[in-house]
Design a protein around this ligand. Structure first.
Ligand SMILES: NC(=O)c1ccc[n+]([C@@H]2O[C@H](COP(=O)([O-])OP(=O)(O)OC[C@H]3O[C@@H](n4cnc5c(N)ncnc54)[C@H](O)[C@@H]3O)[C@@H](O)[C@H]2O)c1
Length: 438
């Protein structure tokens, strides 16, 4: 067991880190002394819907073993153990006795990293425990639910030197990474404003099951009024706007609509007398947060998860030379777009500015979640684990995405008042250089 390793000792800033990932049949490479791919051992805590998906993807990685799994649901645990065995590995040891059994898994001395895909309130305690036990923490979204939890993650990372990455897959999306390259090459000019949303109706299958029973996230809709799930929308925006590396969130205001959608859904689907049709939900249907950065940029973030609608992220980023609009799949760029004030399609830009990570993915076989995005995200995480380098999304970016939850809650509770955003980098954003996908 590795406890309290110094930061520098833990993160070898060796050239091995820069090896990055290439895909030989989509195999991440990090050479071992023998010349093969370095072995890596990963435990997974929480093997429900998401954890099982991530596990399935990990099982395609060369020289990656899963010696241990943890879930308090023994059926889910047994299914996941079977999956590992079917992939040709020994049956992983299972931890399922009680809600704190993850601590025994994390204390093992044969794990390099732990993937955490449990309900939200467990993310921070589990990630803290992983870091304290010297294991890379790969934690599902959001990594923290409160200001205190955000700081716990930062403090533990700084104390132990162990990386913690929130697994924000949309930061790795193919279109978003091409846009990042366009921004870094100056096509949009100086960035001024951005809009993003998580518009995903999750009422009939995730907050509640198909029969209208509460699943664990339903409790949050009853108790809180805030942006409950900001990280998918804000993930790519962080690097587009150089947040934590040249700029920093300064203040935020948030405004929520009333709560109508959940009651309407239950009345429509199960009848007016269903308890869900009358229950009081604190959560407003649409939350609009406006963040101002120290550098004078603005960012609008929408939470939109309980009204009927197709999935959407509505990314739009605007600079002094033009803008990209994801919903239109279009750009307008001064000095480049052929027609004055006319949109042009984004598709040719996707080709021209394809990120090298996605160039490499072209040879990858299979999808493994969200069009290959989840695969790429895990490749980059596991690469960092193999090489003992920093993860592509570090703890500062992880908590900066997650802190929108308590910030929006506080602003809404205070009559939409501006709330000061914590600077988790403690001023280092002024000198930190962009690191994500450089
Ligand atoms: N990045 C994405 O695209 C994406 C997609 C879906 C879900 N998620 C995130 O993944 C996480 C899990 O969501 P889900 O939909 O898989 O939920 P789920 O309910 O299907 O799975 C959660 C699992 O955690 C287990 N669990 C609960 N408490 C535990 C404990 N103390 N110790 C061990 N196991 C415990 C449950 O038994 C269950 O098997 C959530 O944080 C969610 O936000 C992310």
């Amino acid at each position: 067991m590795t406890r309290g390793v110094g930061r520098r000792q833990f993160l070898k800033t060796s050239a091995a880190g820069a090896l990055g990932t290439m895909l030989a049949g989509a195999a991440p490479q990090a050479a071992s002394a023998e010349g093969g791919v370095k072995p890596v051992r990963v435990g997974v805590v929480g093997v429900g819907g998401r954890g099982t998906g991530l596990l399935g993807t990990l099982l395609h990685f060369p020289n990656l073993t899963v010696p241990a799994l943890c879930d308090i649901n023994i059926t889910n645990l047994a299914n996941a153990q079977q999956r590992v065995e079917k992939a040709g590995q020994p049956k992983p040891e299972g931890y399922s006795k009680h809600e704190e059994s993850f601590r025994d898994l994390m204390a093992r001395d044969d794990l390099d990293a732990v993937i955490i895909a449990t309900p939200w309130h467990w993310h921070t305690p589990m990630a803290v425990c992983a870091m304290e036990n010297g294991k890379y923490a790969g934690v599902e979204v959001p990594c923290a639910m409160s200001f205190e939890e955000c700081w716990q993650l930062v403090d533990t990372h700084e104390k132990t030197g162990v990386p913690c990455m929130m697994l924000e897959n949309w930061s790795f999306r193919r279109d978003n990474l091409a846009v990042l390259r366009m921004i870094r090459q100056g096509l949009l000019g100086e960035i001024v404003h951005c809009h993003c949303a998580h518009s995903h109706d999750c009422i009939d299958h995730w907050f509640f099951d198909r029969q209208g029973n509460d699943r664990w996230p339903a409790e949050y809709l009853v108790k809180y009024n805030r942006d409950q799930y900001p990280t998918h929308s804000v993930g790519p925006v962080l690097s587009w706007m150089d947040i934590n590396c040249g700029d920093c969130f300064a203040t935020m205001t948030a405004t929520a609509t009333g709560s109508r959608g959940i009651n309407a859904y239950f009345a429509r689907t199960f009848g007016e007398d269903h308890p869900g049709a009358k229950r009081q939900y604190a959560q407003g249907d649409i939350v609009t947060s406006v963040i101002k950065t120290h550098g004078g940029k603005t960012l609008v973030v929408n939470y939109d998860m309980q009204l009927p609608r197709p999935y959407d992220n509505r990314w739009l980023i605007q600079g002094t030379l033009g803008l990209y609009d994801e919903a239109r799949a279009a750009v307008y760029l001064t000095g480049r777009s052929p027609e004055y004030h006319q949109w042009e399609p984004f598709a040719p830009y996707q080709e021209e500015f394809e990120h090298p990570w996605w160039e490499a993915m072209k040879d990858a076989k299979g999808d493994f979640g969200h069009g290959g995005t989840d695969y790429l995200e895990l490749i980059k995480f596991i690469d960092a684990v193999r090489n003992k380098t920093q993860t592509p999304i570090d703890v500062y970016d992880s908590v900066t995405m997650s802190v929108i939850i308590p910030l929006s809650e506080k602003s809404i509770a205070n009559g939409n008042a501006p709330i000061e955003c914590p600077d988790f980098t403690r001023g280092k954003w002024k000198t930190r250089k962009p690191a994500f996908a450089v």
